[in-house]
Design a binder for this molecule. Structure first.
Ligand SMILES: NC(=O)CC[C@H](N)C(=O)O
Length: 448
């Protein structure tokens, strides 16, 4: 455990660097950054921060469903900084720091509705067994011109050649270089935030990119994925672009995922998925069996919006099943070829739109439950998984109903969280249903 700064350390550092304020951040239910800006000296002295308990549970349209989730009194929770996350803010125009916070009830319990709490509660279950998960997210996203009219399709940025790219150019170095001023600043921002990228590529889609984060501690990687998205959006706007993490932002183009590689190490740092001889252990099979058993109920966590379900299409490298296979991208659960120490499973279910805290929590909880109940996996998928039928809920409401009917989900992620999540997601869906779409106008105006 690295040394955390004391109040005196912080006061000294802030005054030396002329720091004016600190962004006191927490991820909301969608994984979007919310928080308060606090004078640096107050932060250093540990001044208490409070807000209404329901704030993390606002849906994307800004509302939250009071009834029946929250107490009538709309009580306070405290925002408590995790000082290990304290970093210089890369985008502020004045010297500023940021830190990720936990939402804590006044009695000291982690607030059950806050996504960071949900992950911490799952990790506590691993810790009680002397285990720690290792996680590596791979994050895909599009860079587009700033979207000023939601009725229009998103367009690729002009880039250095003055004309947006066309077609599909996976791994193109020229096109990666075309937006070099953005990448240079973004890479510097990630360095400042302590986020180590493993590789950067141009993905299949038109102006779609993928950055793989270096594997590590699950909570740290969730914080990193959260800050990665925040940083991408901030830096892209400085370059006249939107960084878009929707699962399927452009019809006919590839969707964007957040694949999650995961393994588990024991107290000695040994990967429990491989034995001394380098062979896969029963724990590895049970972990995969757990993902296959419990994830179908939890799809709404990996695919949280109506848009998410447009990504799960045949032949797109996006999953339509929860089969597992070695080195097989048509399986929802891919086992990459690796050395025994790096034996892991890649859960390909999450879209880039998923909340990283919740997606990581759900995947790790399912795997752990699989190991504890010794879930047997199916036989490995060999060949093309797209030849098989869809195994995932194909619409938002189908996934919502599945989650609503699941006792397992309540055990894995907590009944209060599941109740709140279902209510928020229902509210969001009601908004969607109230909107008349371009499709309806295109095909029905002249006829109906
Ligand atoms: N890197 C890949 O395998 C592509 C994944 C694909 N874009 C998806 O949405 O799942």
């Amino acid at each position: 455990m690295s040394h955390l700064p004391t109040a005196a350390d912080l006061l000294q550092r802030f005054s030396q660097e002329g720091v004016r304020d600190v962004e006191c951040l927490f991820p909301d239910v969608s994984g979007y950054p919310r928080g308060k800006l606090m004078p640096a000296a107050s932060f250093a002295r540990g001044q208490e921060l409070r807000m209404a308990q329901a704030i993390p549970m606002q849906c994307v349209t800004g509302e939250y469903s009071y009834d029946p989730i929250f107490p009538d009194e709309d009580p306070d929770v405290r925002l408590v900084p995790d000082l290990a996350t304290l970093r210089r803010s890369p985008w502020a125009s004045v010297p500023r720091y940021l830190a990720v916070h936990d939402c804590v009830e006044l009695d000291g319990e982690l607030c059950a509705f806050a996504p960071r709490s949900v992950l911490k509660n799952v990790l506590a279950r691993y810790a009680a067994l002397g285990l720690s998960p290792v996680v590596a997210p791979e994050i895909e996203f599009y860079l587009t011109e700033v979207c000023t009219d939601p009725a229009q399709a998103l367009r690729p940025p002009k880039g250095r050649a003055g004309q947006g790219e066309v077609g599909q150019s996976a791994f193109s170095m020229n096109l990666l270089n075309a937006l070099a001023p953005f990448w240079d600043e973004f890479q510097a921002a990630l360095d400042t935030l302590g986020i180590a990228a493993d590789t950067w590529i141009h993905e299949v889609g038109c102006s779609q990119y993928e950055i793989n984060l270096l594997h590590g501690d699950a909570l740290q990687l969730a914080d990193q994925a959260f800050l990665f998205k925040y940083a991408a959006k901030e830096i892209a706007l400085r370059h006249g672009m939107n960084a878009v993490f929707m699962a399927k932002p452009i019809a006919g183009e590839a969707g964007s995922s957040m694949h999650l590689h995961q393994s588990v190490v024991d107290a000695h740092g040994r990967n429990i998925f491989s034995d001394e001889a380098g062979q896969a252990t029963p724990a590895f099979a049970h972990y995969i069996g757990g993902l296959q058993t419990y994830l179908p109920d939890l799809v709404l966590v990996f695919a949280p919006f109506v848009n998410s379900y447009r990504r799960y299409v045949t032949g797109s490298q996006a999953p339509i099943n929860l089969q597992w296979g070695e080195d097989n991208r048509t399986a929802g659960l891919r086992v990459p070829l690796s050395a025994p120490a790096a034996r892991r499973v890649e859960n390909r279910l999450a879209g880039a739109d998923a909340n990283p805290y919740l997606a990581i929590a759900a995947s790790l909880a399912a795997g752990l439950a699989g190991m504890q109940t010794q879930c047997a996996p199916t036989a490995a998928l060999v060949g093309d998984g797209y030849q098989q039928t869809h195994e995932l809920p194909q619409t938002f409401m189908a996934a919502h109903e599945r989650l609503a009917g699941s006792l397992h989900a309540q055990e894995l992620l907590g009944p209060d969280f599941i109740r709140a999540y279902l209510a928020v997601k229902q509210l969001e869906h009601d908004h969607y249903q109230a909107e008349i779409t371009a499709w309806e106008r295109r095909y029905l105006v002249g006829q109906a």
